[in-house]
Design a protein around this ligand. Structure first.
Ligand SMILES: [Zn+2]
Length: 176
């Protein structure tokens, strides 16, 4: 019964990192079970506060792990490795070709226009057509049936033009 109380006091003192009460010290001196309990708990707390370092992997295991990692690593393709200056050089080349060339530097790619000789086209003699005469003939043959129709249409157009002429100033005035 007393042992239970003293062990509780031992645990609390160790958890709070404090000294044991004097009554518990005297009990430990006389009770070997509680003394063992105290020593066990103190050792346990000491191990928890000072965790031992992680065990080192044995050398053969370390070598095997490194070999496995190296075998799974993707091999770097030498053709894919592009030096840093390549895009810069590409930009410089593009800028060189895009820059407008001065006349003093003729490019061998486009020869002067005078050098390209157009082949002479064969001349074709078209029969001469009297356009005015043809139109008069066409008018005379076509105009008669539509003469009255054309006159009516002209009247309508004139009326519409007069109407629009009156309308436009009014609309402008309204818009102003
Ligand atoms: Zn005891």
């Amino acid at each position: 019964m007393f042992c239970l109380i003293h062990r509780w006091k031992i645990d609390r003192a160790l958890d709070d990192n404090q000294e044991l009460p004097r009554s518990t010290k005297t009990h430990i001196a006389n009770c070997p079970n509680c003394r063992d309990h105290y020593q066990q708990q103190a050792r346990l707390i000491e191990q928890l506060e000072q965790p031992s370092p992680a065990p080192e992997a044995p050398p053969f295991l370390r070598a095997r792990i490194i070999n496995a990692l190296q075998s799974t690593e993707p091999r770097t393709e030498p053709t894919l490795s592009v030096p840093v200056w390549v895009p810069i050089a590409a930009c410089a080349v593009i800028a060189f070709f895009l820059y407008p060339r001065t006349a003093s530097l003729p490019s061998p790619l486009d020869p002067p226009i005078a050098a390209v000789k157009q082949p002479a086209l064969p001349s074709v003699n078209l029969p001469e057509v009297n356009v005015t005469k043809a139109l008069e003939v066409a008018h005379n043959t076509l105009a008669d049936p539509y003469d009255q129709e054309m006159k009516n249409l002209q009247k309508d157009l004139q009326a519409a033009g007069a109407y629009l002429g009156r309308l436009v100033p009014v609309r402008v005035a309204i818009n102003d």
